[in-house]
Design a protein. Sequence first.
Length: 276
Amino acid sequence: MMKLGCMSLSYQKQFGAGELTLEGFIDRAHELRLDGIDIHTRAFASTEPDYLRSIRMRALKKGVALSYIGVSSNFGKPPDELVEQVATAKEWIDVAAFLGIPLVRVFAAWVPEGESEEDVWARMIPCLAEVAEYGQQKGVVLGLHNHNHGCVTRTGKDVRRIIDEVDNPYFSHILDTGQYVGSPGASGARGVEDPSLDFYGSIAETAPLAVHVRCKIYRIQSGVEEWLDYPRIFEILRGVNFNGWLSIVYEGQDVEEEGTAVPKAVTYLRKLMNQS
């Protein structure tokens, strides 16, 4: 049975304004009857053990699962900065293990100006392999998040290549429904899909690899997501017998407040989940 959660970035304005804390986010997930939450590293007030214990206990008492931690890594940085990138990812794997969280999200790499993608690829793969091996030792899966906007995971083919080259059972895929090139949320012209790039094809290509799905929500004022075709996406997921987490990631703060949009997204996706 698919489970429904929410990413902390869905409330990025409220977090940024100091109006919401991680504790408050857990409480809100409980109020919305969500199964769990995903937590970006920025949502943590601390990584001290006492604080982390309090977060774990609060989530347990509220019946809210902690499904993954989101790390904004970039393994395309210059070689002298990669040690820090790898160390940071490992530190958050340690936090995940402490909290009993099974999954840590990472990005692959952005290509610096003046460099070729293949040059970046050559230093990215060993970094991802090292972090994945560390995750395996700690019992935490590393999830590769597809992303556009200059990242090397623009298409399903890119994601498959990275996963094949890293070749570790603890290196998997977090599928973002709105971040493949051609998507209305990632094409460079917000709200405009580029059909020639077939981003639904990329979703279909990597859906069999996914252990977690980030459900982007851009325009939900009517109660139905307008930019992405979720009935089509659900058909893809059911076609590969996906049975994991669906996580709301709201990015429509420019047209509707988070406090009203996220509950609409919960209702909308629950309805699709309950359809046979």
